[in-house]
Design a protein around this ligand. Structure first.
Ligand SMILES: *Cc1c(COP(=O)(O)O)cnc(C)c1O
Length: 440
């Protein structure tokens, strides 16, 4: 019997009804028996918080509620629970009530990019669709922490219909990301309905589901659920493992079911101080993920949401981790490290530097080992033939330009564009110039 099974049994023995394996593996039983108070957690784990700590933790729970499934709780190492990565993700810390100067309620400005309730339309060809506002476990590092446990936020049938109408009426949307909360809190039937509605929209080519269930409640991934997914347009699924210890035999079984059902799997990890901010932990995590047919997709820098300051690492830590992975392990095991830009700028990839120097005829590069080499640029370069007849090109040509349209920094590279520089609206030098010309 592995350590995992021993702990499962220890916790199961202390929760009523949990010693019955059929119940334990029933996701609805797990939800009904989620632990939401410090007393229940103390009892189930056989631990005790000290009195002064208790007062602060209770205060924290007033602002940010607690909920954890018996399954996820059972992964905690009670011998050293304060340093346990599962404990730190599931149970409150008194540091959560510290609000720092830079913290924001909605750091990603998701509300401002929301044309209708439940939809965030930030990127040209894809939308985020929050189909559920609850989760099986309240992650202490949740970026939408402020709305957690807010019952009024459960999407209504009308809101769901309005969101679907928006997608139907917006032909540019080819990718719909079901998010939340956790979409898998909905029943299979409800999800089936939403997926069917999306199937019927011709311009929607891909649907993605973002869910933490494989990590925190793997029994949600039933055969029936996988069968249901098979009946729809390609559905990709991104899950959320943060630590190798979360890849238990039960979690691995859930991932295998999904992969066997033909669902391409990705993983999004949040870089968290005290949980996974270590190159070795991250190497083990990504290697275990790919061994389970899950492609590490993004590594997120922790957002500037209120109550998360104790989880934040310097960006340099993320770069250091990615640098320790690139070249050292399989390319497809390396996630893209991103900072989700405050104010809704979207995800910005951040990479270690590999270009040492660059001249017109050569570029000097260094590899993961520190070896420095020269790549000779081609003497002659002929680009892909283009008859400028595709839709995108025709639009550009009509606007007096050549080739594919681009704006922002990339737009500066277009020969036809009258814009040659992007200047912040508050630039003093430019304001002075405008002031002078107004006087004349
Ligand atoms: C992350 C995100 C997406 C998806 O972005 P990808 O880079 O395609 O994974 C879409 N919309 C919003 C608002 C997002 O935050």
């Amino acid at each position: 019997m592995g350590i995992h099974e021993t702990r499962l049994e220890a916790v199961a023995a202390r929760i009523e009804g949990a010693d019955d394996p059929a119940r334990w593996r029933d996701w609805r039983w797990q939800l009904r028996n989620s632990l939401t108070t410090l007393d229940a957690v103390e009892e189930a784990l056989g631990i005790e918080f000290d009195a002064a700590e208790r007062v602060l933790l209770e205060e924290t729970l007033q602002q940010f509620p607690l909920s954890v499934t018996p399954y996820y709780l059972s992964l905690i190492d009670t011998g050293d629970f304060r340093n346990d990565p599962v404990f730190r993700q599931a149970l409150p810390s008194d540091e959560e009530i510290v609000v720092e100067e830079h913290d924001m309620v909605d750091p990603l400005a998701e509300d401002q990019d929301s044309p209708v309730p439940l939809i965030t339309h930030r990127y040209p060809d894809r939308v985020l669709f929050r189909v559920s506002n609850t989760c099986s476990m309240y992650c202490r590092h949740c970026t939408r922490k402020r709305t957690v446990g807010d019952r009024d936020c459960v999407p209504t049938t009308e809101e769901l219909a309005d969101a679907l109408d928006y997608i139907r009426a917006t032909p540019g949307v080819r990718d719909v990301l079901l998010s939340g909360g956790d979409p898998l809190m909905l029943s299979d039937d409800r999800l089936d309905e939403i997926l069917s509605a999306l199937d019927a929209i011709e311009h929607v080519e891909v649907v993605r589901i973002g869910t933490r269930m494989p990590a925190v409640l793997p029994y949600r991934i039933t055969d029936e659920f996988c069968e249901m997914l098979r009946r729809h347009r390609p559905v990709w699924l991104n899950t959320h493992f943060n630590h190798p210890k979360e890849l238990t035999p039960d979690a691995e079984e859930a991932l295998a079911r999904l992969a066997d059902a033909g669902v391409p799997l990705g993983n999004q990890t949040v870089l968290l101080a005290g949980v996974n901010d270590c190159s070795r932990i991250m190497l083990r995590l990504v290697q275990r993920l790919v061994a389970n047919r899950v492609r590490p997709y993004y590594l997120y820098q922790c957002d500037l949401s209120e109550g998360l300051s104790h989880f934040r690492t310097p960006v340099g830590k993320g770069i250091e981790i990615v640098e320790s992975l690139i070249g050292h392990t399989s390319g497809f095991a390396v996630p893209t490290y991103v900072v989700d830009a405050p104010h809704g700028g979207g995800k910005i990839p951040v990479m270690p530097n590999y270009i040492v120097s660059w001249a017109s005829d050569r570029v000097v590069l260094r590899n993961y080992e520190g070896v420095i080499c020269t790549y000779r640029e081609p003497d002659r370069y002929k680009r892909a033939a283009c008859n400028e007849e595709c839709d995108d090109c025709e639009r550009s040509v009509a606007a007096g330009c050549r080739g594919h349209e681009s704006s922002g920094v990339a737009g500066l590279m277009r020969e036809c564009d009258p814009v040659e520089a992007l200047v912040p609206s508050t630039n003093e030098r430019h304001q002075r110039r405008e002031g002078v010309s107004a006087d004349e």
